[in-house]
Design a protein around this ligand. Structure first.
Ligand code: GDP
Ligand code: IMO
Ligand code: MG
Length: 423
């Protein structure tokens, strides 16, 4: 049985959590394959909003197994907080959550290193979520990392100490003054590790192979977005993992020829949180209105998200890299009430018209070329069927489908589970 994938096609926060939750009724296993608690995946149903960081977004469905794969980086402190969030809802997480032994662990000193690295960059800050993501992946690729399976060793604290001491030396090399109390941070960390150890640690790649053999339906859940990918994103303003489809192969042990459907999620416009280029960014009242109506504040850091029109050149790029087979358009309701809607269909780049994403997206070199659509005034949030959609909205979707060459199968018109329409 093939493994389906769901991933974000922009700069993250496209609404992955919501759609994974909606799709989980069709799946036995939901598996996260990369990223860590830099993610904030929001789910809404029965009038309650849940934000998940590392735990896969299938957790609220009674029969789902939720696996955290080897490609993910896990912070025991955040994980414990997430579990506490589930307690209120009587989720039997000990039977529902599986952690890969090969997943790397975020230590308190990784978070400090992240802070030191960002502070040292001055104006060139990436805008990291400061969750220790970069330093943890650096230790992984540098072959110094600490893995979930290490907690099963009798002497894991020695291994921990060695790495934490090394990190402290590294922090002292930065030319900035980072204040911290490692003893306090460690107390919280060790306490959280004990909670984490009550969960099931598994050899996740073997588990995945067995599940495929047993014809289980598996959905791999991406975090961040393709334009934050370590290779294909707007480097260096990216995260430190492979957020694109290939990341599901390395982050779960799924063979490339075993990938099935690839759901690509995008907002009907574009947002970005953190620094880095964003060609269609709006600095006027249109952008402010998107931010306000879309409630564009980060689920993790609460930072305001930058807003702009949909960029079809960037979307095409992401679709190509991921092999997307169906598109899900999110937050369509936010675009109601505009006179005109614009989409970027090319760029003026150093005086030339181009229709691909160039090496540098810096604002001074690049100017979006827009196609304009008439807006629609109708409120979409109460609609339950695509036949109710206003004509101008349908024209917008049809143009996107035609431009990208991939069908839009799901249209989201609000944050709730129920506000999801098949197209
Ligand atoms: P993720 O990181 O991709 O899971 O997305 P986030 O949860 O960070 O951000 C998406 C935000 O938009 C959340 O607050 C969702 O509740 C909300 N949301 C999702 N879909 C829709 C939609 O169709 N309309 C509106 N208005 N909000 C949505
Ligand atoms: P979800 O899964 C949006 C951004 C940060 C920063 C850059 C690097 O909720 O879509 P990092 O902490 O990874 O070193 O930050 O990436 N970023 C995200 N932006 N959604 C996310 O996750 C993000 N995870 C990281 O803002 O610009
Ligand atoms: Mg998010």
């Amino acid at each position: 049985m093939a493994v389906d994938l769901l991933l974000g096609l922009q700069w993250g926060d496209e609404g992955k959590g919501k759609i994974v939750d909606v799709l989980t009724t069709d799946y036995d296993i939901i598996a996260r394959f990369q990223g860590g608690p830099n993610a904030g995946h929001t789910l809404e149903f029965d009038g309650i909003k849940h934000v998940l960081r590392t735990i896969p977004s299938g957790i609220f469905h009674p029969n789902s197994i939720n696996m955290v794969g080897n490609g993910v980086v896990i912070d025991p402190v955040v994980f414990k907080q997430e579990l506490e969030g589930l307690d209120k809802f009587n989720i039997d997480y000990k039977s529902k959550i599986l952690l890969s032994r090969k997943a790397h662990v975020i230590l308190p000193t990784h978070r400090l290193l992240d802070a030191a690295s960002e502070a040292s960059k001055g104006k060139a800050k990436i805008g990291s979520t400061l969750k220790g993501i970069g330093p943890t992946y650096m230790d992984k690729t540098g072959r110094n990392g600490f893995r979930i399976g290490d907690f099963e060793l009798d002497n894991w604290k020695e291994k921990y100490r060695k790495l934490a001491d090394k990190h402290e030396k590294m922090i002292s090399h930065y030319d900035i003054d980072i204040q911290y109390n490692l003893e306090e941070l460690e107390e919280e960390f060790f306490e959280s590790v004990e909670v984490l150890k009550t969960l099931q640690f598994i050899d996740s790649e073997n588990y995945m192979h067995q599940a495929q053999k047993e014809n289980k339906n598996i959905l791999a859940e991406g975090a961040q977005g393709s334009l934050l990918d370590i290779d294909f994103g707007t480097y260096p303003f990216v995260t430190s993992s492979t957020t694109t489809a290939a990341g599901a192969c390395t982050g779960l042990g799924v063979a490339p020829n075993k990938i099935g459907e690839v759901f690509g999620i995008f907002k009907a416009y574009t947002t970005r949180v953190g620094n880095g280029p964003f060609p269609t960014e709006l600095f006027d009242e249109v952008g402010m209105r998107m931010a306000k109506v879309g409630n564009e504040f980060g689920a993790v850091t609460k930072r305001p998200r930058r807003c702009g029109w949909l960029d079809l050149i960037a979307l095409q790029y992401s679709v190509n890299i991921n092999g997307v087979t169906q598109l899900c358009m999110m937050k369509s309701d936010v675009l109601s009430g505009f006179d005109k809607i614009k989409v970027c269909v090319g760029y003026e780049y150093n005086g030339e018209k181009i229709e691909h994403l160039p090496y540098s997206l810096e604002q001074e070199n690049i100017k979006p070329i827009y196609k304009e659509f008439k807006g629609w005034q109708e409120d979409l949030t109460q609609m339950t069927d695509a036949s109710e959609f206003p004509e101008n909205f349908k024209k917008y979707i049809d143009f996107i489908e035609e431009f990208i060459g991939i069908p839009v199968k799901i249209v989201s018109v609000g944050p709730d589970r129920k506000q999801t329409i098949a197209y």
